[in-house]
Design a protein around this ligand. Structure first.
Ligand SMILES: [Zn+2]
Length: 517
């Protein structure tokens, strides 16, 4: 394909406004990091808007909506600003659900399986159409997007870990070292070993431990995120202390844990992962990115929600609040069922007892004692023994059985609507629970639990219909509006209150959402 193709389309169709890009580039504005890339014609290198290198002349710059588009146009990633470290492309692209779903699948598959035919089949369109959609929205073909992600993750592992090159090749989905070496040499004009020598050497880590830096576009309301997670942290499985979130995890039968804290200076989260197989790192990192909503384009969301008078003051006082995702959708769904009609505190205590009684024990020297129970462990469990009502116990079991039987799968969800319909078919799971799961487990930015008492109270409305009518104006970001209403009681008190400790926030959250979460 002709190289001007994606470029032209990029500038015409991508809603990339070059004047905005130019201003962002010249001011190195971090809010635009990851929203576009700059190709410099002379050097054939592409950069992030925040690149510390001297800025090129405007006439020598080309703008691309994604790194893959820049790569397809023949530009190489800059070794100074490291495009592989930029925050991800915002998942919600405004017009194409198909592209968002396909991107999600590319992320979840660990990049390895199927190829474009398979991808197209899964999202229910022809492969040529999918390719056209990708070019229109991302400026690059699906295979270029997958290849760029693979290369970027490999580069991250070379720079940030001490894994051997054959382990890096495996973990980033290249299969064999020869393909990996060839791809790195072609892209960077250097061997993997030369690249590793270039970067500040990663600090020595204990075996199976890895440190990563995951960037976001500011602002990021870390205290709000942490407070929300803290109030719901399942004892033994999750710990929030000293501004750090930590949890036990299990993937392919391998137990491990990760820890996340804020690195405000670098607009990023510092992540430490402990897992026995480096091939799982890609998946772990993708999941953490979703859980902490790192791809969100907050300034855009804030602008859309701003006109609502109830939200405006909250947005001004507490910018950057994200929608907390989850580590494991099954676990989140069980939590949502446990939380029906009881307080957050009550549901958290129940979840702790559930984990202690039915989860595998796990020993780490940091307060984590259990893994959250797998569906198999809950499918026939006597859940009333840990304090669930007979009805809730049956709902949890029915969900667990549906997962074991393959009637419900939480991985690779193509069609959220169809998935939620299946979820609601389980007795005891209603619209509120389904919307809450859509919001936090599927990352649907427009999911909205309109039956929520906390939301009704926050706005002083009397019924669901009034709330739904009010929320029409918040589309497609209703999940973010819900987070603001849950997290910050009222504009007046939010403005007065200095939100200095996450403890204050935890209290306000507990108070505010206890009726419904
Ligand atoms: Zn650069």
């Amino acid at each position: 394909m002709d190289r001007a193709g994606p470029l032209l389309q990029a500038s015409r169709l991508m809603t990339l406004d070059w004047q905005v890009c130019s201003r962002a580039r010249l001011s190195r504005d971090p809010r635009f990091d990851g929203k576009f890339f700059i190709g410099v014609i002379g050097s054939r290198v592409y950069c992030r808007p925040i690149c510390p290198a001297p800025t090129a002349k405007e006439k020598n710059c080309r703008y691309f909506p994604t790194a893959a588009a820049a790569a397809e146009a023949g530009f190489r990633p800059c070794l100074r600003c490291r495009p592989e470290c930029s925050p991800g492309t915002p998942a919600w692209l405004g017009t194409s659900n198909t592209v968002s779903r396909a991107l999600r699948l590319i992320g979840e598959s660990g990049l390895e399986d199927g190829g474009i035919e398979n991808l197209a089949e899964r999202v229910g369109v022809g492969s040529r159409h999918l390719r056209r959609l990708f070019i229109r929205h991302l400026g690059a073909s699906p295979s270029a997007v997958a290849q760029t992600r693979r290369l970027h993750f490999a580069k991250k592992l070379i720079d940030e870990t001490r894994l051997s090159m054959s382990e890096v090749a495996q973990a980033s989905g290249f299969g064999c070292v020869r393909r990996f070496n060839a791809a790195i040499r072609k892209t960077y004009k250097r061997t993997p070993t030369q690249i590793r020598r270039l970067v500040r050497q990663a600090k020595s880590q204990p075996e199976n431990q890895y440190l990563f830096t995951l960037r976001f576009r500011p602002p990021y309301h870390w205290k709000g995120m942490l407070a929300f997670l803290a109030a719901r942290a399942t004892p033994g499985v999750e710990v929030v202390e000293a501004d750090t979130y930590r949890r036990s995890i299990s993937l392919n039968g391998l137990p491990g844990y990760f820890e996340v804290s804020l690195d405000e200076v670098h607009n990023s989260l510092a992540v430490q992962v402990q897992i026995g197989d480096p091939r799982l790192l890609f998946l772990v990192i993708e999941r953490i990115r979703c859980m902490f909503d790192l791809n969100a384009d907050w300034p855009r969301i804030g602008k859309s929600l701003g006109p609502d008078p109830e939200l405006a003051a909250r947005l001004r006082a507490e910018p950057g609040l994200r929608v907390p995702g989850c580590w494991d959708p099954f676990e989140l769904s069980v939590r949502a069922i446990l939380g029906q009609q009881i307080t957050v505190k009550g549901a958290t205590a129940l979840a702790g007892r559930l984990a202690r009684s039915f989860g595998q024990t796990f020993s780490a020297p940091n307060g984590l004692t259990h893994l959250f129970p797998a569906p198999e462990a809950l499918a026939h469990a006597k859940l009333t023994t840990v304090g669930l009502t007979t009805k809730r116990a049956e709902t949890v079991r029915a969900l667990a059985r549906a997962v074991c039987d393959g009637q419900i799968g939480f991985q690779r969800i193509i069609d959220s609507e169809a998935f939620l319909t299946r979820l609601c078919a389980i007795p005891g799971i209603g619209a509120w629970t389904a919307q809450y799961v859509a919001m936090r487990a599927l990352g649907e930015p427009d999911a909205f639990p309109s039956g929520d008492l906390g939301l009704l109270r926050a706005l002083g409305l009397r019924n669901v219909r009034e709330l739904e009518a009010r929320a029409e104006g918040w589309r497609p970001w209703r999940a973010y509006a819900a987070m603001y209403l849950w997290s910050f009681p009222s504009p007046a008190s939010a403005a007065k209150r200095s939100v200095s400790t996450s403890k204050d926030l935890v209290e306000s959250l507990k108070h505010n959402v206890q009726a419904s979460l």
